[in-house]
Design a protein around this ligand. Structure first.
Ligand code: ADP
Ligand code: ZN
Length: 721
């Protein structure tokens, strides 16, 4: 009898033994359906001897039900799943689930019915049908998806099918994506780009693990360089994974990719329709999908034949996932490349300090592009000391910045103002009694959004209309907005520069690929004079007429004082500065600050990046912080504050005594209430030599926690709230 160990999708169980019934063949990696109690559960046949499971006698083993019609997961992916679970103290099941992230795809191929407009144009239509017809132009999807697009019920659309307005189309789930053409439009690379591209192409052709740091200034043409390596992988019949930090950036990437390779790449992100997801997953697993562009979740997909990984804007903190499996996609991408034995390119103009250190110590191969493409110059950066050049009362933009903007407007050039704060004002209070609007579920102020006339919590999504009177003292007309958000800056621009066309760019306004495309088109056609945006506009965009960047408040990011505050400020300001002067006209950057003496501000002004990184690196060394020492956080949360506190204390009370490990806390987390849960935190600082994960696992393994309590471990945390 054949006995196999299955990684089952149940976090509490992880591995169970089953019997392979006669006539069934499985190999390590096979995706199977197994009985669990009265239910059926998906699992993966695992390599012998690598997972622990209970000792079930042969006679009691239950037979597997079936092998699902998808290719077995390859060994490199199985090792990646084990590594990720082990390193991030997560369950194997929760990591494996990220690989099999389309349950529909596991059902196999086949056909499905989609619908599209027939083109009939009846003379009379109900307003609802007319609106639906407008919304559905050019769309083809299932009834449910179309209903969502058109914002009507399924019933309305079924009625339209009956009336001959919509028609069914049978589509093959596994219909292939169009083939990318490696030679569709090849660029003339300059000397530096050629050298970079040659190094990537050689590594891609020869295969083998090869981590690169592509360290090129903004506008140096990093994308063109790694496109050459992608072309080499495509020519060799391999797949390429490109990770981008935000969906908002995919639009821009898509256009450039299509221009270079003649077809769009395959997209993977959380807002794909389920049928698109199923098709993409199956094409990835079968090897048909050639280039996959996605957010971090694309990292765990079951590529058949991966030849290259690119992580663009690799310094971005959004590669760190802060819920569920708390992994850093940049780091895991390098690990995946190691298991797959392929090159990985981390591209950035402002690499993470950890990546710089790995390049400095020779672990990563650094490829530098020190100049902008086509002779464009890096912008002139200067400091605007707000203590000396104060804005007028109740305003946020200093006169010199406004004067520069006015000049740009007169010349028909564009300006960009950067402030990393959504909404109108970060705090609203009552002038009469001092009442402050706070989120009922979180330790956070409600942010006023004037565009949508609401107060919103940026942590949990709680929203309320702005009231006419103070809810505490009942006084009418007494609410004051404190501090600026981008909407308030946009209002100020409108007052100071009448006639200027202002666009507010945040995740609130650019929340779909269509909106992003609209914004890019408007900016390129010079229908926008001033862009006011959050970190969303700091990267990826290339507007040749943009010649002035104003950083509204460079001190904002330094306030929290966490480990990476200075590094992050450096990256954000350098990135947004990089939007200026990308065309023929030179760019200028004004940084508003009250702390011109701060090392990070001085480094930005002098352009002395290496000195800044060197000083930061020494600071990290002294503090035993990454990359020299390691941090981990344990967050204990519950809806019951006493339960959370008592449990955190119990964990703290049994802390391990280890010479290489220092444990701080428990203390209430800075965000002590989040989404209705009270949170306590312990911070662990360990030497690199310490077996941090085993220490934590053994420590927490002694407890049995009630279901109402959540205890999560965050290895290499980015968020300290
Ligand atoms: P980065 O990502 O390094 O900031 P990009 O890849 O966005 O820079 O390149 C900046 C601009 O220069 C883009 O518009 C790009 O198309 C153009 N560019 C870069 N290299 C070349 C090249 N070799 N030939 C033509 N255009 C190029
Ligand atoms: Zn909230």
């Amino acid at each position: 009898m054949e006995r196999v160990r299955i990684l089952v999708f149940n976090a509490a169980l992880s591995a169970l033994d089953y019997r392979v019934p006669p006539g069934m063949t499985v190999v390590p990696g096979s995706v199977v359906l197994a009985p669990l109690g009265p239910r059926q559960i998906v699992g993966i046949v695992w390599d012998e001897g690598r997972l622990a499971a209970g000792d079930v006698p042969e006679a009691k083993l239950r037979p597997l039900i079936e092998v699902l019609p998808v290719p077995p997961l390859r060994p490199a992916l199985r090792r990646l799943i084990e590594w990720t679970a082990d390193y991030y103290c997560a369950s194997l099941a929760s990591v494996a689930r990220m690989a099999l992230s389309s349950s529909a795809a596991l059902k196999g191929g086949g056909t499905m019915t989609e619908y599209r407009l027939t083109g009939a144009e009846p003379a009379r239509l109900t307003p609802q049908r007319a609106a639906a017809m407008d919304a559905l132009a050019g769309e083809q999807a299932t009834i449910r998806e179309l209903a969502e697009i058109a914002g009507v019920s399924d019933g309305v659309l079924r009625g339209m099918v009956g009336a001959g307005l919509l028609e069914p189309v049978t589509v093959d789930i596994d219909r292939p994506y169009p083939r990318a053409r490696p030679d569709f439009s090849t660029p003339d690379l300059n000397e530096g780009q050629r050298a970079a591209a040659d190094a990537f192409v050689a590594a891609t052709r020869s295969g083998g693990f090869a981590p690169f740091l592509l360290d090129g200034v903004t506008g140096s043409g990093k994308t063109e360089c790694y496109f050459e390596a992608m072309a080499a992988a495509i020519t060799a019949g391999q797949q390429v994974l490109v990770l981008l930090p935000e969906i908002a950036l995919t639009e821009n990437f898509l256009r450039r990719f299509e221009h270079r390779f003649g077809v769009p790449p395959v997209l993977w992100h959380s807002s794909l329709k389920s049928t698109e997801r199923r098709r993409a997953w199956r094409a990835i697993a079968s090897g048909q999908a050639q280039v996959i562009v996605g957010a971090r979740s694309a990292l765990f997909l079951p590529y058949l034949n991966l030849g290259l990984i690119v992580v663009d804007e690799a310094h971005e903190t959004s590669f760190k996932q802060d819920e569920g499996v708390r992994y850093n996609a940049r780091d895991v991408a390098v690990i995946r490349a190691r298991f797959e034995k392929i090159p990985v390119i981390l591209a950035s103009a402002t690499p993470a300090l950890e990546s710089m250190h790995l390049a400095d110590t020779g672990v990563y191969r650094r490829i530098a592009l020190p100049d902008r493409f086509g002779g464009a110059q890096l912008p002139e950066i200067s400091i605007l000391d707000l203590r000396e050049e104060a804005p007028e009362r109740g305003r946020w933009l200093a006169p010199r910045l406004v004067a520069e903007m006015r000049e740009r407007l007169a010349r028909g050039e564009q300006s960009l103002l950067f402030l990393n704060r959504r909404g109108y004002a970060p705090l609203t209070l009552c002038r009469h009694c001092g009442y402050r609007f706070q989120c009922p579920n979180c330790t956070a102020w409600l942010v006023e959004h004037r565009l949508s006339r609401r107060l919103a919590c940026h942590h949990c999504g709680h929203e309320a209309p702005v009231p006419d009177a103070c809810p505490e003292c009942g006084t009418g007309d007494c609410l004051v907005a404190c501090g600026p958000g981008v909407e308030r800056i946009a209002d100020e621009v409108a007052e100071l520069l009448p006639g200027a066309r202002v666009a507010v760019v945040t995740s609130d306004t650019l929340n779909s690929p269509e909106k992003v495309a609209e914004f890019v088109a408007a900016a390129e056609e010079k229908l926008i004079d001033v862009i006011v945006g959050t970190q969303l506009v700091t990267k990826g965009y290339h507007f040749p007429e943009l010649t002035l960047v104003g950083v509204v408040d460079a001190d904002l990011g330094l306030e929290g004082g966490d480990l990476r505050a200075a590094e992050r400020t450096y990256q954000q300001v350098a990135q947004v500065a990089g939007r200026a002067g990308r065309g023929e006209k030179p760019g200028e950057v004004l940084i508003q600050t009250r702390h011109p003496e701060a090392a990070v501000i001085a480094a930005l002004a002098s352009g002395n990046r290496d000195a800044f990184y060197a000083a930061e690196t020494e600071g990290r060394r002294d503090a035993g912080a990454p990359p020299f020492g390691r941090w981990a956080a344990i967050i204990v949360s519950s809806e019951d504050e006493t339960e959370a506190r008592d449990c955190a204390r119990a964990i703290g009370g049994s802390r391990p005594d280890h010479p290489d490990v220092a444990i701080l806390g428990p203390a209430p987390a800075p965000l002590s209430l989040l989404r209705g849960r009270y949170r306590y935190r312990l911070l662990i600082n360990a030497r690199r030599s310490a077996e941090l994960q085993s220490i934590i696992r053994e420590w927490l393994g002694r407890f049995t926690f009630p279901a109402s309590l959540r205890v999560s471990v965050d290895i290499d945390p980015y968020s300290f709230v």
